[in-house]
Design a protein around this ligand. Structure first.
Ligand SMILES: Cc1cc2nc3c(=O)[nH]c(=O)nc-3n(C[C@H](O)[C@H](O)[C@H](O)COP(=O)(O)OP(=O)(O)OC[C@H]3O[C@@H](n4cnc5c(N)ncnc54)[C@H](O)[C@@H]3O)c2cc1C
Length: 387
């Protein structure tokens, strides 16, 4: 930490990934004067946010996720001008490839919902897909869906933009400070204890992603989020991959590719991964992943390994995030559990959290389906398009 810890705040945000930094910016922009964000790592955005694939898409199965994407992606389009920060936004499209009949049926319904909300996803035959991506082995592919306003964006630049502009508006964002406890009087938040001292505050925002259950326990709230390891490999340059190569996902196989620099970034979710804070690459899974990746994109045989890493998905029972105030503890708010697709929803999530705290209720989008209370009444409608 390179600054003294403030002793009091109007709001303390714990966690400096995309959720925390976006919330800090939007609170400061709404005029909250003493916003303090603490991040345990030496830099902002180096955990799930900095380890993600950078994909942004509208192709979801629930109305609320599609609405989140519509708002968030518009915000990302305005970002370079509003925040004076380039974010390498590229609309190359997402191409979902379907090899199972039940996914074809589910995606037909999803596409109908997307159309109703103005997201004009295209339904593609295997022949049309082959024309679009001749480099890919489409063995067993029955159909695909493509939306050209999906694409890619740089997560670190988005976080830096929020940090820079939140500070410009007077918020204090600190690295190297760990939240260690939460003090309450009765059921009301009064302070956050940290590795560097105590901050008196009536409001705490838990933006700790995969670590948010720890912060929940400090406040006496059970947060149903599990950390699940996911891995990525980036290759050396492959000149045969065109600049407009889409973000391709073999849906049932949970295998994906997109162009990264002049090479390929690829990931494949391990269905047998067990929950845990595992941040080292599992070499056995990487072997299985790369064998399948080369089968689907034979060009990969010509590439070398540039880098690889593991990160954590922050998974809830219905793959939907937890957002807003927690009714049992006054002053305790959560924005976490985006279940592996949170980077793209960071912009709108931060705005909605600022509305929830300052205006009393999030109003740009109704966040009822994401509220903590749903677990108390067992009202879960899962997102289908999870990779
Ligand atoms: C391999 C992989 C690929 C992904 N691909 C995509 C994608 O293509 N598109 C997409 O939209 N999403 C993707 N995601 C998901 C996305 O990364 C997350 O949903 C999103 O980044 C979550 O942001 P966050 O701010 O909640 O969490 P984080 O970025 O993890 O931030 C939480 C922060 O809290 C801090 N913290 C924890 N405990 C404490 C404490 N006690 N005190 C202080 N600070 C603390 C952590 O250090 C961390 O920096 C991917 C994730 C992974 C792992």
């Amino acid at each position: 930490m390179n600054q003294e810890l403030p002793r009091t705040a109007d709001v303390v945000i714990i966690g400096g990934g995309v959720m925390g930094t976006s919330t800090a910016y939007h609170l400061a922009r709404k005029g909250v004067r003493r916003v303090v964000l603490i991040e345990k790592e030496p830099f902002f955005g180096v955990m799930s946010t900095g380890r993600c694939a950078g994909g942004i898409r509208h192709q979801f199965s629930t109305e609320i996720n599609i609405r989140f994407s519509l708002e968030s992606i518009r915000m990302l389009e305005r970002f370079p001008e509003e925040m004076d920060q380039d974010i390498d936004l590229r609309f190359v499209g997402y191409l979902f490839l379907l090899t199972h009949e039940e996914d074809v049926a589910a995606f037909r319904q999803n596409v109908a919902l997307q159309h109703r909300l103005g997201v004009m996803t295209r339904w593609l035959t295997p022949e049309a897909i082959q024309q679009l991506i001749p480099q890919v082995n489409l063995e067993g592919v029955r159909a695909g869906t493509f939306y050209e306003r999906d694409g890619l964006c740089d997560p670190s630049s988005v976080v830096q933009g929020y940090v820079k502009n939140a500070r410009r508006l007077g918020a204090q964002l600190l690295t190297g400070v760990t939240a260690t406890g939460i003090r309450k009087q009765g059921n009301r938040i009064v302070a956050v204890e940290t590795s560097h001292g105590t901050i008196a505050t009536p409001v705490v925002v838990n933006a700790c992603g995969a670590w948010s259950p720890h912060i929940g326990r400090m406040a006496g709230v059970d947060i149903p989020i599990q950390p699940l390891r996911r891995q990525i490999v980036v290759t050396t340059p492959l000149p045969d991959i065109p600049p407009d190569f889409p973000f391709i996902i073999f849906f049932r196989e949970a295998l994906y590719f997109h162009r990264e620099g002049e090479g390929i970034l690829t990931g494949k979710s391990n269905p047998n991964e067990t929950p845990g804070y595992k941040l080292e690459v599992d070499p056995e899974w990487e072997l299985i992943h790369m064998e399948e990746a080369m089968y689907r994109l034979p060009l990969l045989e010509k590439a070398g390994l540039l880098s690889h890493w593991a990160g954590l998905y922050e998974v809830t029972p219905d793959a939907h995030p937890i957002m807003g105030r927690v009714p049992t503890v006054e002053g305790f708010y959560v924005v976490a559990g985006f279940s592996g697709h949170g980077f793209m929803h960071g912009p709108i999530a931060g705005l909605l959290m600022a509305e929830e705290i300052v205006d009393g209720r999030a109003h740009t989008i109704d966040i009822s389906p994401f509220r903590y209370d749903r677990f108390l009444v067992g009202d879960l409608k899962p997102e289908y398009n999870v990779v």
